[in-house]
Structures are given as structure tokens and as C-alpha cells.
Design a protein around this ligand. Structure first.
Ligand code: SF4
Length: 58
């Protein structure tokens, strides 16, 4: 699973709340790629919860 945050991110913090092992939000959300494999379920939850659809999963 490859996870990216696109330029739509408004830094709302939802993804970090749902999946803090993978997402950290500063000016925009950042992805800790090394943590994705062990946290795929909450990555999907965060992508569904993102209000602007900024989390892209490939
Ligand atoms: S939930 Fe979406 S908009 Fe909010 S910080 Fe995460 S990527 Fe950005």
C-alpha cells in the first residue's frame, strides 16, 4: 500500500487522530511510510474520514 497526501489537505488533524502512527499534521499532513504496512486498517479509516479527500491510497 502506497499512501500520499495531496495538495487539498487543510491540516484539520483528523487523520492524525485516527491513525497517529502514520500521519502527523504540521502545515500539512505528513505520511510515515515505514508505518503504513502495520497500520493499513486505520490508514483506510483516515482516508474515508478526510473531509477533502486528500489521502490517496494506491
Ligand atoms: S484528514 Fe485530510 S485534510 Fe485533515 S489533516 Fe489529514 S490529510 Fe489533511
Amino acid at each position: 500500500m502506497d499512501v500520499k497526501v495531496n495538495e487539498s489537505c487543510i491540516a484539520c488533524g483528523a487523520c492524525e487522530s485516527i491513525c497517529e502512527a502514520v500521519f502527523s499534521v504540521e502545515d500539512v499532513a505528513k505520511v510515515n511510510a515505514s508505518a503504513v504496512a502495520a497500520n493499513e486498517d486505520c490508514v483506510k479509516e483516515a482516508a474515508d474520514a478526510c473531509p477533502v479527500g486528500a489521502i490517496e491510497i494506491e
